[in-house]
Write a protein of this length. Structure first.
Length: 82
């Protein structure tokens, strides 16, 4: 779905040519409230022109991604993205 759905959508939304989009780094994080499991990512800055977050599940409270420079936090519904 990445090459057939996500990248074409990103190209349209951000007015990039689809051929100019390339994956430099793909990172998947799985969070859990269970003791000893990963609960979050530390504050960091992505080193790219374009980054995105897709929520893959539901049934949890909290969460979200903070865009520090813009002063906003987004928490997309399952299947949604930012």
């Amino acid at each position: 779905h990445l090459r057939t759905t996500i990248l074409p959508l990103m190209a349209r939304l951000f007015e990039f040519s689809l051929v100019s989009l390339a994956l430099e780094d793909l990172f998947l994080a799985k969070y859990s409230s269970d003791k000893g499991q990963q609960r979050m990512l530390s504050k960091h800055t992505d080193d790219s022109e374009l980054s995105f977050v897709i929520t893959l599940n539901h049934g949890f409270e909290g969460g979200g991604t903070r865009f520090v420079d813009d002063g906003i936090t987004v928490a997309p519904d399952c299947g949604g993205g930012a």
